[in-house]
Ligand binder design. Structure first.
Ligand code: AMP
Ligand code: ZN
Length: 125
């Protein structure tokens, strides 16, 4: 049976994880890959993905908790190494409401020398 965690041939981040599409790597171990965002929103903008295909945070199962925790635990060191030692923002866009464009779970790590703007635009009305 095909699980949603099997590698997906048409998934761009699965293809990056398999080395079929090049990326500027910032981190790699047996289950996690970190690479620079191709369209950075800030001087520091990279992301961490599980090498296994998980479509979104909404699909994460309890058995994925260790891996997800390890991804989060890497962010501080990697953000410092990438030039954001005084803090950063992690973003996980999820599904249609969260404006997720690539349907393979990824954590954005965004920072740089200057403080970022607000997390969300001020609500109107
Ligand atoms: P999201 O809206 O959270 O799904 O974000 C998807 C992110 O993937 C965007 O910030 C894109 O710039 C980034 N992205 C798309 N294709 C690539 C690629 N080939 N290499 C690196 N980043 C990519
Ligand atoms: Zn994938």
């Amino acid at each position: 049976m095909l699980r949603d965690t099997d590698a997906m041939d048409d998934c761009i981040f699965c293809r990056i994880a398999k080395g079929e599409i090049p990326s500027r790597k910032v981190y790699e171990d047996s289950e996690i890959l970190g690479f620079q965002d191709i369209n950075p929103q800030s001087p520091v903008h990279f992301m961490l993905i599980p090498k296994r295909h998980i479509a979104s945070l909404a699909e994460v199962k309890s058995e994925d908790a260790g891996m997800l925790g390890r991804m989060l635990a890497l962010t501080g060191r990697l953000a410092s190494e990438q030039g954001s030692p005084d803090g950063y923002r992690t973003i996980i866009n999820t599904g249609r409401i969260g404006h997720q464009d690539v349907m393979h779970l990824h954590i954005h790590i965004i920072g740089g020398p200057q403080p970022l703007g607000r997390m969300l635009p001020k609500a109107t009305g």
